[in-house]
Design a protein around this ligand. Structure first.
Ligand code: SAM
Length: 218
């Protein structure tokens, strides 16, 4: 198995914002190593939340994700997409052209705009947390999460699992299982569901993920 979730290795030495801007500038959505046409695992966890259509949903590191298309089809109308890449969010905005989505360009490891966001009902992150390999980055991420998810709110985290690739988009990743994610979230969050899932990249390669759903109980 190759150790990358994308064939794009040429940006390795650039600063991270530039790396992600170039990824989205240089590749059509359908060729990204995380492009999804089958949203079944995420939709299964979303359904378990039983959140009303008025729920505020924060899609972390949304990129140009097709998940928001599904949220709009389901009639959710308070959707926030955030990403470090302005290019990604501009592409997403152009594609969706919806008044039900707002866009925030910010760096999760140094948030300046997200800290002012009102509390939300659902935090959803597919393939973003795993890029944060230092304790400092992870602590900043989980502090933000804990300050933004409402009591009785939900968290969906889908990351490379312990058998997963060691790199994604040419960058090293920290791999997780449900226990490690539970430890990071702490006792205020209850694990509702988790499963392993083999995502098939556009190239046909497999990428094993851990999918988890947590509920904030305190
Ligand atoms: C592998 S892609 C996943 C995109 C999307 N979640 C999906 O499933 O299609 C990782 C995303 O995280 C974003 N990202 C990486 N580092 C970030 C950071 N420090 N702050 C915010 N977003 C970041 C990238 O721009 C990219 O869109």
């Amino acid at each position: 198995m190759t150790s990358n979730c994308s064939t794009d290795k040429k940006n390795e030495n650039l600063d991270l914002k530039t790396h992600w801007e170039l990824v989205y500038l240089n590749k059509p959505n359908e060729q990204l190593g995380w492009y999804e046409t089958d949203l079944t695992p995420t939709l299964k966890l979303l359904e378990k939340t039983q959140l009303p259509k008025s729920a505020s949903i924060l899609n972390i590191g949304a990129g140009n994700t097709t998940f928001i298309d599904e949220l709009l089809k389901l009639k959710y109308h308070q959707i926030i997409a955030t990403d470090i890449s302005e290019t990604a969010l501009t592409k997403l905005n152009r594609r969706l052209n919806s008044k039900d989505v707002t866009y925030i360009t910010d760096d999760l490891t140094k948030p300046t705009k997200l800290i002012n966001l009102s509390p939300i009902d659902l935090w959803i992150d597919r393939a973003v947390l795993h890029f944060f390999t230092t304790n400092k980055q992870q602590n900043t991420y989980f502090e933000l999460l804990k300050s933004k998810v409402k009591k009785q709110g939900f968290v969906i985290l889908a990351q490379f699992n312990l058998q997963g690739a060691e790199k994604c988009s040419g960058l090293p990743v920290k791999r997780y299982d449900a226990k490690l994610l539970k430890e990071k979230l702490g006792s205020d969050f209850k694990l509702i569901d988790s499963f392993d899932y083999n995502y098939i990249m556009p190239s046909g390669n497999k990428r094993p993920y851990i999918y988890t759903l947590f509920k904030r109980v305190n």
